[in-house]
Design a protein around this ligand. Structure first.
Ligand SMILES: [Zn+2]
Length: 223
C-alpha cells in the first residue's frame, strides 16, 4: 500500500497550481507577475509566492500558509502573494471552497473598470446569457457579480468580501470583480474555479462586443 505522509496532498497541489498559472499566463490573463492561485489542503492553504513570473512558475514558486493570517508554515522559504488575505476570506466564509484563482483577464477587468463605484460595492448584472449556466446553481437569467473597491490596503478588500459573503453567501455567484484590477473565481478545485473564471471572462467579452453594456450590465449599489 502506498505510504501516506502529512502534507502529501499539499505537495501534489503545488504542481497543479504552478501548471494552472502557466496556462493562464499563456492565455494573457496573468501578465508578468500578476495573478495568484491557491488551493485548500486540509488545515493549510497552498498559494502562489509573491512576485513570480506566471509564465515560468514551478512548484518551488508556491508557499504553504496557515489559513488565518496567511503566515508561511515552518520550513517554507517563500513569502505568499500580497493578495492572500482575499483568498483566506473566501475559505473562511465558504466551507466548500477548495481553490481560488485571481487573474487580470482583460475583458473582466474592463467591465470592472466600467462598473466600479469608487468606494461602495457595485455590481455587474449579466442577463440571459447561456454561459451563466457554467457558474453552477445561480439563476442563469440574472447573475449579479459584485465589484469591490480596489483599496491599496488589500486587507480592506478582504474585509469587504467577508462582509458581502456574510450577507449573501448562499446566493452569491462563485466569482467577484475588483474595480480596475481583475477577476476572482472559486470552486471545489482548480479546474472548477478556472471554468468559472472562463465563464465570466467570456460573458464580459460578449457584453463588450455586442455593445449591450447599457442593457445587459447594470451599475447598481449592492449596499
Ligand atoms: Zn491582482
Amino acid at each position: 500500500m502506498k505510504p501516506v505522509y502529512i502534507g502529501e496532498d499539499a505537495e501534489l497541489q503545488r504542481g497543479h497550481l504552478a501548471a494552472a498559472c502557466r496556462d493562464l499566463y499563456r492565455r494573457g490573463w496573468m501578465p508578468g507577475t500578476s495573478g495568484n492561485i491557491s488551493v485548500r489542503s486540509g488545515e493549510t492553504v497552498v498559494i502562489t509566492a509573491s512576485g513570480r513570473s506566471k509564465g515560468a512558475m514551478s512548484r518551488k514558486d508556491t508557499v504553504m500558509v496557515e489559513p488565518f493570517e496567511g503566515l508561511p508554515l515552518l520550513g517554507e522559504t517563500e513569502w505568499p502573494s500580497a493578495e492572500t488575505s482575499i483568498h483566506l476570506a473566501l475559505y473562511q466564509q465558504l466551507p466548500n471552497c477548495g481553490a481560488v484563482i485571481h487573474a487580470h483577464a482583460p475583458h473582466s477587468t474592463a467591465v470592472a473598470a466600467l462598473t466600479g463605484t469608487n468606494g461602495s460595492i457595485g455590481q455587474v448584472v449579466f442577463e440571459n446569457m447561456e454561459l451563466a449556466k457554467g457558474l453552477g446553481s445561480v439563476d442563469p437569467h440574472l447573475v449579479a457579480v459584485p465589484v469591490f473597491a480596489n483599496w491599496s490596503d488589500v486587507s480592506r478588500i478582504a474585509s469587504d468580501v467577508t462582509a458581502y459573503l456574510d450577507g449573501s453567501a448562499a446566493d452569491a455567484p462563485p466569482v467577484l470583480l475588483i474595480d480596475r484590477h481583475g477577476v476572482t473565481a472559486w470552486g471545489h478545485n482548480i479546474d472548477e474555479a478556472r471554468n468559472r473564471l472562463e465563464c465570466v471572462e467570456e460573458m464580459s467579452r460578449l457584453t463588450l462586443l455586442t455593445g449591450a453594456f447599457g442593457a445587459g450590465v447594470a451599475k447598481e449599489t449592492a449596499r
